[in-house]
Ligand binder design. Structure first.
Ligand code: F6R
Length: 626
């Protein structure tokens, strides 16, 4: 039961998909060590740079650096900022590479204001240009956050809360903010929209943080801040203000969990947390990229002439990322009418692929550092291909070396088994393929609109699937003792079967194989007995009847079958032992939803078999050797 409460808190608090870590302190103790210790508690989230800002003798000292917290610690020893009010941040690069200048906190145009920010400001370029034009502002960094600092300073007229609120009125996107100013050295202001933020309540001291672990050493009493709220903290009081600037009564949430559970947002494992983060991750991947029924991908900006030139497309990746590419192939072929080959990166370069200047090559990688994918990218570039990276890690080698990069914005993925990166890779490929077809003029407007509408409904539909987690646990229990298992499906469903099977293998160590459902009878059916359960995916309308026939082939061999079907499909009940339903959506987009129950099935199978879910044997999160 504790678990359910924690899950609820995590989702109330925005699903924890913030990319970075925020800590803030106001009280009577030295702020710097408290900020540093708080940031250390957020290290598990992954980051590439860090910094603090402390109000010191009426001035503002900002110390920040690219790299890990030990580097910041050394720098802090040198500068030794001393004061009782400060904000700290660990950054996971979004806008602008990881370097000293892009690290947070960011100052306004003077040395009077400092801001830390988690999230993404979608209209920052527009606002930045406006500030440059109208006020001649000079910006030090490439970040979206620096724009917020300038806006707050610009709006400041003696009331920091008011200035933050005015900035909030013009920025679009997601944020958790911590703001300090030398003009109000006894106040810390924070605000939230679509990015987690909590307030820690102490005796004569108060805290802000993006995540509970950061403050657990000081207090277990917190306020969970909601969207649109601004918080004004002094050392003795924390006032939550609603959108009309009226104080809000908030119940104090008393944290019962230990520090380790808190790092996982109350979830038992990072993998489960990341599965549950998918609705928020989807919103971020889609954010600002669908406008007026069209895809807008400023990071690509190809001309029709460029797109028309491509005669062939390669999609190259490893493992789960490769599986996502298998879904990308029919999308690009269908929308652009260009042949697509999908290659495992470690195979690509050794088979002398027919790549030339008329080739587009997509490289998909969560980490952006996978050695085989990187080598394949270099090979394709050397042969004259135009290259696009689809990756989650800003500033990663693959993102730097490809001609263009589309980021997933899924937030750090810590569990070895990839979940939210896979689904956001799919979404990115829907966006890229529709975008390229728009430029080429080969996609029907209605069709594009339907797909884009379905993409936007994914977060809500995903929540419905996540709501049935107890059922997946029960199904996983029924698979606990099995040695071998098949996943079958046709078309998109086959590719989802491939990903479902990989997930189960890598974390539960049950041997699983994915098969194109129609192919079983050409040999593999010999292995099907009452001891080989089959997960049968039957979502694609085009092949539905055929898939049902294939399911009958395995039930005739006494296999126990778990079907995966569209909501309302009662026909399937006649042929399977159990059924998992997913919300019925535009058929072409169903893969994104279909994989989620399979992620949960693999997760619970690993749990009931007592496996190390987050760190399966023999595997590493980032494979940087060929
Ligand atoms: C499986 C998994 C791996 C990765 C593969 C590529 O759950 O995570 O198969 O997908 O190692 O990694 P990236 O995407 O970082 O290139």
């Amino acid at each position: 039961m504790v678990y359910i409460i924690l899950t609820m808190v995590a989702s109330m608090n925005g699903g924890n998909t913030n990319m970075c870590g925020i800590v803030g302190y106001i009280g009577s103790k030295e702020a710097t060590p408290i900020l540093l210790a708080g940031l250390k508690k957020l290290e598990y989230r992954g980051y590439d740079s860090a910094g603090v800002a402390v109000i010191e003798d009426g001035g503002l000292t900002v110390v920040k650096t690219v790299g890990k917290l030990d580097k910041l610690e050394k720098k802090l020893e040198e500068f030794n900022p001393s004061g009782f009010l400060g904000i700290g941040h660990t950054r996971w690069a979004t806008h602008g590479r990881p370097n000293d200048v892009n690290s947070h906190p960011h100052k306004g145009y003077s040395d009077d204001f400092a801001v830390v920010h988690n999230g993404i400001i979608e209209n920052y370029l527009e606002l930045k240009e406006q500030l440059i034009e109208e006020r001649g502002d000079v910006f030090a960094s490439e970040t979206d956050t620096e724009v917020i600092a300038h806006l707050v300073e610009n709006y400041y007229a003696g009331d920091l809360v008011e200035a933050v609120r005015k900035a909030m009125a013009v920025i679009k996107g997601s944020y958790a903010l911590g703001v300090v100013s030398i003009h109000e050295p006894d106040k810390l202001v924070a605000a939230r929209k679509d990015s987690p933020l909590i307030v820690g309540l102490g005796e004569g001291e108060n805290f802000i943080a993006s995540d509970i672990p950061a403050i657990l050493n000081h207090t277990r009493d917190v306020y969970l801040i909601e969207d649109g709220e601004v918080v004004l903290l002094t050392k003795d009081k924390a006032t939550i203000l609603d959108t009309d600037n009226k104080p809000v009564e908030r119940k104090v949430f008393h944290v019962e969990w230990d520090a380790e559970a808190a790092e996982k947002g109350g979830f038992e494992h990072f993998m489960l947390k990341e599965i549950f983060e998918q609705p928020e991750a989807f919103k971020k991947t889609l954010s600002g990229r669908i406008q007026d029924g069209k895809v807008k991908l400023d990071e690509l900006e190809f001309t029709k002439k460029q797109v028309d030139r491509w005669e062939k497309v390669f999609i190259v990746a490893c493992g789960t990322a490769y599986h996502s590419g298998l879904i990308g192939k029919p999308l690009i072929e269908g929308f652009l009418r260009i042949p697509v080959e999908v290659d495992i990166a470690s195979e690509f370069r050794y088979r002398e692929p027919l790549v030339n200047e008329k080739t587009l090559a997509l490289f998909i990688s969560q980490s952006g550092e996978t050695a085989d994918t990187l080598a394949a990218l270099r090979e394709a570039k050397a042969k004259g291909a135009t290259t696009i990276a689809i990756t989650n890690v800003v500033g990663s080698t693959i993102s730097r070396e490809a001609h263009k990069t589309v980021y997933l914005w899924a937030g750090p993925e810590i569990a070895v088994a990839s979940t939210k990166a896979y689904t956001t890779m799919l979404i990115a490929q829907y966006l890229v393929s529709v975008y390229l077809a728009q430029v080429k003029g080969t996609i029907d407007k209605d069709k594009a609109e339907k797909i884009l509408a379905a993409l936007q409904e994914l977060p809500d539909n995903t929540r419905k699937i996540l709501g049935q987690k107890d059922y997946y646990l029960r199904l996983a229990e029924s698979l606990k003792g099995c040695e071998h298992l098949f996943f079958i499906g046709r078309g998109f469903d086959y590719h989802i079967a491939q990903e479902g099977s990989l997930k189960l293998k890598e974390i539960s160590y049950i041997h699983a194989e994915a098969y194109a459902a129609g192919e079983m009878k050409h040999g593999t059916l010999a292995l099907v007995t009452a001891d080989t359960p089959v997960v049968a995916i039957a979502l694609q309308e085009k092949t539905y009847e055929k898939t049902l026939s294939n399911i009958k082939e395995v039930t005739a061999r006494d296999a126990y079958v778990i079907g995966l079907a569209n909501e309302g499909d009662t026909e399937i009940l006649k042929t399977v032992n159990e059924v998992i339903y997913i919300p019925r959506i535009e058929n072409i987009v169903s893969p994104v939803l279909a994989v989620i129950p399979l992620q949960l099935l693999a997760y619970y199978a690993a749990c009931v078999r007592g496996c190390n879910v987050d760190q399966p044997r023999n595997l590493a999160k980032s494979v940087t050797v060929e």
